[in-house]
Design a protein around this ligand. Sequence first.
Ligand SMILES: O=C(O)c1ccccc1N[C@@H]1O[C@H](COP(=O)(O)O)[C@@H](O)[C@H]1O
Length: 210
Amino acid sequence: MSRVRVKICGITNPEDALSAVAAGADALGFVFYEKSPRYVAPEAAARICAQVPAFVAKVGLFVDHDETAVRNVLSSVELELLQFHGNETESYCKQFDRPYIKAVRVNTENQIRDALAQYPSAKNLLLDAYVKGVPGGTGQKFDWGLIPVELAHYVILAGGLDPQNVAEAVSMIKPYAVDVSGGVEQAKGIKNQSAVQEFIKEVWRAQNVY
Ligand SMILES: O=C(O)c1ccccc1N[C@@H]1O[C@H](COP(=O)(O)O)[C@@H](O)[C@H]1O
């Protein structure tokens, strides 16, 4: 089994980015959804991304953005991957010539299978909790039992993860990766750097990776 990857999402400043990289993060997420308390302006994200070393993926998060808005971000920010968190169609998601992750807000098991069929071009599916009216980043968990066992290796598990519950999630689900935002914050948009370290250590501990 390969090591479960860790994405730290909602990065808004270079200190949190570099501290997460030093702790072992595989990917950093930048939220370009303006209604989010973790929104980062493209100019600020560009400055942060320019400081991130090689082999750490920078991921841009979008929610039903206008195509031009996504292209504008891509023209100025070094992003390796896109994460779509809204009702984007497959043809919308794949038009940007960049690998992408499709987020699914989980209610039912069938929904995960349906999304797999609906987004064949997605690199991976990210599973988050369904909360009415909010596209993501709610800090809520969903029923992990809804994840079909045979799809776990393809799944990025998100939603309400934190240093206390992530080891259980990794042992139980064995996902491709885990993604966290609120569970490692000291305030909205500001990471608790010790909690980020703890979170990553817990992911590794659950797999005996040191
Ligand atoms: O972080 C946000 O504010 C956000 C806003 C809109 C869509 C997604 C958002 N974040 C993503 O939501 C999941 C779960 O976050 P949490 O750990 O429960 O806080 C994660 O993928 C974030 O990247």
